[in-house]
Ligand binder design. Structure first.
Ligand code: HEC
Length: 143
């Protein structure tokens, strides 16, 4: 006797939905990135173009040379002269432990984000923002 259709359908649904749910939890949800940014960075940074606060605007920061946000006047010499470009890898090191990455910086009293998963979310949020920015300006550079 064949198994009832309902059971088979239910089993199939579990197969279909189960893995796809797990998959979507693991991918980068832009809202989660924004939330993490708001929790850890927004007290000092905006991601809106030209909106410099205590820290420089992070609009289009991925791929930008350190110390070059237009109109921002509170850079430390350490960041200005670091010569680095804000690749995702460098941002990762910076927000893990700013003082270890570029000593004598002005990003105080921010002590870093301990959770690697949260760091990853913040960086992909900033990278997505940079992509929109580059699409809008038609430029590949971070200006
Ligand atoms: C307490 C305030 C504060 C917090 C919190 C903070 N920042 Fe900053 N940030 C600053 C300041 C001030 C600078 C300028 C540092 C310097 O020039 O030494 C800066 C610089 C930066 C830069 C370099 C930008 C450039 O144009 O070179 C990046 C990237 C950055 N912050 C990312 C972040 C991220 C991501 C977070 C959250 C995880 C964060 N910051 C949290 C204040 C803060």
């Amino acid at each position: 006797m064949p198994r009832p259709l309902v059971t088979r359908t239910a089993a199939l649904l579990v197969l279909l939905i189960g893995p796809s749910c797990a998959g979507s939890a693991a991918t980068d949800d832009p809202d989660a990135g924004m939330l993490a940014f708001n929790n850890h960075c927004r007290q000092c940074h905006s991601y809106i173009k030209g909106d410099n606060r205590l820290g420089p605007s992070l609009y289009g920061v991925v791929g930008r040379k350190a110390g070059t946000a237009p109109g921002y006047g509170n850079y430390s010499d350490s960041v200005k002269n670091s010569g680095i470009t804000w690749t995702p890898e460098n941002i990762e090191k910076w927000i893990t432990n700013p003082e270890a990455f570029i000593p004598n910086n002005n990003m105080k009293p921010f002590g870093g984000v301990a959770d690697a998963d949260v760091r990853r979310k913040i960086i992909s949020f900033l990278a997505a923002d940079t992509k929109m920015h580059n699409a809008a300006t038609g430029s590949g550079s971070g200006e």
